[in-house]
Design a protein around this ligand. Structure first.
Ligand code: DGL
Length: 263
């Protein structure tokens, strides 16, 4: 069981930013990754639809023998992680959520920005996060429709992307944010262009590394950490495997096999 893989899923390629953190921290672990690219973007879908997709992903990753599952998607976590934990009570499941707590601790201006999907920002789970950790700071939220689709196409820097991103950053800058939460797993891939577009004193916070540490903790508690060596990563996509094969090297530098996922 220790050498069994960790299963990771996202609506698309965004969760690869989390997969990279898991691989960095836990290089002995074999990794499975499902990208539900055929249903992108989750951010504009109903919570009921997303919950249904979470169940499909969980069943698939269980069938593949995953010893733990990481929901590498903020939108899927707010919609579906509670049901997943109820339905798979003995399976270690790690979810993600926007880094409100560390951002509230880090801000000097007292104004924190959140870039995330519409679904995440509208969720009760996000509202609860703000109630719990953001009582002493002002939080400016910005949904970013369209951004995920560009990243899915492998666009991390075109003039179109720059313009759209600029329109989402401006309200945060106008409000005086000095700390910006990347509340969607696709957005860490924009860090290079964000570094060009934002003043140098603005900090960006995402939760990929924290999720990797939480995965490590849960596995260690259950004596499930692998000794290695890891097997090559396996990828599935519910859209075109050829497209994923083409853009994978841009977003993940450790190789692996891409297959089709038809569920
Ligand atoms: N990567 C996902 C997240 O972290 C959502 C992208 C989408 O809208 O599908 O929220």
């Amino acid at each position: 069981m220790r050498e069994a893989p960790i299963g990771v899923f996202d609506s698309g390629v965004g969760g690869l930013s989390v997969l990279a953190e898991i691989h960095r921290l836990l290089p002995n672990e074999s990794l499975l990754y499902v990208a539900d690219c055929g249903n992108i973007p989750y951010g504009e879908k109903s919570p009921a639809f997303i919950r249904q997709r979470c169940a499909v992903m969980a069943d698939f990753l269980q069938a593949q023998g995953a010893k733990a599952m990481v929901v590498a998607c903020n939108t899927a976590t707010v919609a579906g992680v509670a049901d997943l934990r109820r339905d798979y009570p003995s399976w270690p499941i790690v979810g993600m959520e926007p880094a409100v707590k560390p951002a509230a601790a880090a801000t000097r201006s007292g104004v924190v920005g959140v870039l995330a999907t519409t679904g995440t920002l509208q969720s009760a789970k996000f509202a609860a996060l703000l109630d719990r950790f953001a009582t002493d700071v002002r939080v400016v939220t910005q949904p970013c429709p369209g951004l995920v689709e560009l990243i899915e196409a492998g666009d991390l820097q075109s003039p179109t992307l720059r313009q759209l991103l600029g329109s989402y950053l401006q309200p945060l800058l106008d409000a005086g944010c000095d700390t910006i939460i990347l509340g969607c797993t696709h957005y860490p891939f924009l860090k290079p262009i964000l570094a060009q577009m934002l003043p140098a004193d603005i900090s960006l916070i995402d939760t990929g590394a924290a999720v990797a540490r939480q995965t490590q903790r849960l596995l260690a508690e259950r004596q499930l950490l692998a000794d290695g060596p890891a097997r090559p990563a396996q990828f599935w996509t519910s859209a075109s495997p050829e497209h994923l094969r083409n853009i994978l090297p841009l977003l993940w530098h450790n190789g692996g096999v891409v297959q089709s996922f038809n569920q």
